[in-house]
Design a protein around this ligand. Structure first.
Ligand code: PSU
Length: 301
C-alpha cells in the first residue's frame, strides 16, 4: 500500500468507523473558475458534514496522495496553475514523480477504494464524447465504474457528451445506472431527458443494499447514481442545445482534444450562459453531496 495523508477529520472518522464521502478535485482545478471553485468545494464539504458524514476531498500534492484536504491546502489547490488532471493512466506516475495533480472521477474512485471509502459525490461523470466514432475519445471514468467498487453520485453524464452512447457503453460494461427518484435519466444541467433510466431507486437504503448485494455476489465495480438537478436550478435542455453546439464547434475549430476538451467546453458554456451554467453546476454538486452522505450512512448499517 502507498502511504496516504488523511486530514484530521477523515482520520477521526476512520478511527470511529463513521460515514465518509469522497470528493474529487478536478472539478476544483479544471471544472470551475477561482474563487467559485474553492467556495463551492467548501460548501459541498459543509453539506456533507451537515448531513452527518465526513468529507474527504482527494488530490495529489507534491507526490503525496491526500484523502481529505485541510483548508489551506484546498485554497492553494484552487489557485494553483498547471495542475495535472489525473486519471487511471497517469495517477501512479504523478505520485512517483513527486507531482501535483487533481483527481478525476476515475482517479478519485481508485483513491477512495484504497482508503476504504464506498461513496463519492461529483458533478457529472465523463463519458463518450460526440464524434467518438472518429476521435475514440471516451472517458476512463466509464471503465473505472466497471472495475472499482465505489458508488458514484452524479447528476448524470455531462450534457456536452453523446449521452445515448455513454449509457450504451455503461450497459456493455455492466455498470448499474440508477436514476434517483425518477424514471428517466437526468442530463447534468437539466433534470430530465427522454432516456428511460435502466434502474430507478427512491432511497439511500435501496442504493446501499444494491451495492452490498453486488459485492456479496462477487460482481466487480461500482454503481452510478444519477441524481437530477433540483428543478428550480436547472437549465432546460432546449436552452442549452444551441450553446453546447456552439462550444463544440469552437473546440473543433481550435483543434482541442483529449483531456482539454471537457475543461474548454465547461469554460465556454460558462461564458455563453453568462455564468448560469456555473450556478447550476454548483447547485447540482451540492445536491449530489447530500444524497451521497445519506448513502454513505446507509452503507455503514
Ligand atoms: N463534474 C463537474 N465538473 C467537472 C468534472 C465533473 O461538475 O469538471 C470532471 C470530473 O473529474 C470528470 C471529468 O472525471 O470532469 C471528465 O473529464 P474527461 O471528459 O476528460 O474524462
Amino acid at each position: 500500500m502507498i502511504p496516504i495523508a488523511y486530514s484530521t477529520e477523515v482520520a477521526e472518522a476512520r478511527k470511529n468507523g463513521t460515514a465518509i464521502v469522497a470528493l474529487e478535485s478536478t472539478i476544483i482545478t479544471h471544472g470551475m473558475p477561482f474563487p467559485q471553485n474553492v467556495d463551492t468545494a467548501r460548501l459541498v464539504e459543509n453539506d456533507i458534514r451537515a448531513a452527518g458524514a465526513t468529507p474527504a476531498t482527494i488530490a495529489v500534492l507534491d507526490g503525496q496522495l491526500h484523502v481529505g484536504l485541510e483548508d489551506i491546502a484546498l485554497d492553494a489547490l484552487g489557485q494553483a496553475q498547471n495542475v495535472s488532471k489525473l486519471s487511471r493512466a497517469d495517477f501512479a506516475a504523478c505520485i512517483a514523480q513527486g507531482g501535483t495533480g487533481s483527481t478525476t472521477v476515475a482517479a478519485t474512485m481508485i483513491a477512495a477504494h484504497l482508503a476504504g471509502i464506498d461513496v463519492f459525490a461529483t458533478g457529472g461523470i465523463g463519458g463518450v464524447h460526440r464524434g467518438a466514432e472518429l476521435s475514440f475519445d471516451i472517458s476512463a471514468d466509464l471503465q473505472e465504474l466497471a472495475q472499482t467498487p465505489v458508488i458514484v453520485v452524479a447528476a448524470g453524464a455531462k450534457a456536452i457528451l453523446d449521452l445515448p452512447k455513454t449509457f450504451e457503453v455503461l450497459e456493455t460494461l455492466g455498470v448499474p445506472v440508477i436514476a434517483y427518484g425518477q424514471d428517466v435519466l437526468p442530463a447534468f444541467w437539466s433534470a430530465q431527458t427522454d432516456m428511460a433510466a435502466p434502474l430507478r431507486m427512491d432511497s439511500a437504503d435501496e442504493i446501499a443494499t444494491a451495492q452490498k448485494t453486488r459485492t456479496a455476489m462477487g460482481l466487480r465495480g461500482g454503481q452510478l447514481v444519477t441524481n437530477p438537478i433540483p428543478q428550480q436550478d436547472e437549465i432546460p435542455a432546449e436552452t442549452l442545445a444551441p450553446i453546447i453546439a456552439q462550444a463544440l464547434s469552437e473546440a473543433d475549430a481550435r483543434g482541442i482534444s483529449s483531456k482539454d476538451v471537457t475543461p474548454f467546453l465547461l469554460g465556454r458554456i460558462f461564458e455563453l450562459t453568462e455564468g448560469r451554467s456555473l450556478t447550476a453546476n454548483i447547485a447540482l454538486v451540492r445536491n449530489n453531496a447530500r444524497l451521497a452522505a445519506q448513502i454513505a450512512i446507509a452503507m455503514m448499517k
